[in-house]
Design a protein around this ligand. Structure first.
Ligand SMILES: [Zn+2]
Length: 315
């Protein structure tokens, strides 16, 4: 019994330290492993936090940029609205001024300067003179572009843009202006097709809808088709206008600048609403233009571009 106990103790004394050693190594290893995992997780967490912070910064930057763009867009939209507002307000006031003048409540008179058949290569010289005097006029234009058989598309394109940018009225004068056999007056349908073709051309290119037009050669040239045509013009919201004053530069004979000037200044006869017919292809009209503007101003005229509601036009 004594011997057995001794043996058991000896075995235990040998085994226990081994077991303890194994246990210690095991725990140590596990602890080391756990520590390693903790460090890994910590590292990953740090990395993720860094990424999140970076992404947040980027997101904030993008949000800021987006808000900035939204602000700018709103400003542009407001700007267009403001422009449209002032455009409407301008013609509202012009209408009020016309009423006052026609009711003898104002000493002023209005001159509507109109230029037909353009644009031309030299039209920019006319725009410059008008700019110099801060005068807005009306240009009854044709469909002039390379696609329609005209060269110098860039010059014409710039001209249409300049007319609109300067606050002049861009009017419709048919697409081709072709008179005679097979011309614009050969049928009501043909005439209206030309009006619509030119209107679409201007709308598509410049986003502007013309609403004042002039018959090539004047309303008299339309003959007995006049009444059918004006019915159709009314249907598509057009006002039309002839003239009660002219330089005479559209005639077969070229006159001097002095004669063009006198034709206008000596024949106003106190008309309260003067509609002056000119052409921006005429060198002598260009020379006469400053004196025409100054002379009409001296006679009490102010200058306005034509507009749909004006009493100088027919609707
Ligand atoms: Zn014409």
């Amino acid at each position: 019994m004594e011997k057995k106990n001794t043996e058991t103790r000896r075995i235990l004394e040998t085994v226990i330290p081994i077991l303890l050693l194994v246990l210690i190594i095991g725990v140590g290893h596990t602890a080391f492993k756990l520590d390693e995992n903790t460090r890994d997780i910590k590292f990953e967490t740090e990395q993720n936090e860094k990424l999140i912070a970076e992404n947040e910064a980027e997101l904030n930057k993008q949000t800021e940029k987006r808000n900035e763009l939204a602000d700018q867009l709103e400003q542009i939209e407001n700007y267009n609205e403001t422009l449209a507002h002032y455009h409407d307000r301008f013609f509202e006031l012009a209408g009020e001024l016309e009423n006052k003048i026609l009711n003898d409540e104002s000493e002023l008179k209005i001159a509507y300067l109109t230029f037909d058949d353009g644009p031309y290569k030299m039209s920019n010289k006319f725009y410059d003179v008008l700019d110099e005097y801060d005068v807005q006029a009306t240009f009854f234009c044709l469909k002039k572009c390379a696609e329609f058989g005209y060269d110098y598309d860039e010059i014409y394109d710039a001209a249409y843009r300049k007319i609109l940018a300067s606050g002049h009225t861009l009017g419709n004068h048919t697409a081709s202006h072709k008179l005679g056999k097979n011309g614009i007056y050969s049928s009501v349908e043909r005439f209206m097709d030309e009006i619509k073709e030119n209107r679409e051309f201007i709308e598509d290119r410049y986003g502007y809808t013309t609403e004042v037009m002039r018959f090539p050669g004047g309303t008299g040239t339309a003959g007995n088709k006049y009444y059918s045509i004006i019915e159709e013009l009314r249907d598509i919201h057009y006002a039309w206008v002839d003239w009660n004053s002219a330089t005479g530069d559209g005639g077969a004979r070229i006159l001097s600048a002095k004669e063009y000037r006198d034709n206008v200044l000596n024949n106003t006869n106190g008309k309260k609403l003067l509609v002056v017919l000119m052409h921006d292809y005429s060198d002598n009209t260009l020379i006469a233009l400053p004196e025409i503007i100054e002379g009409l101003s001296d006679q009490g005229y102010v200058f306005l571009p034509l507009f749909y509601e004006s009493q100088a036009v027919n609707r």
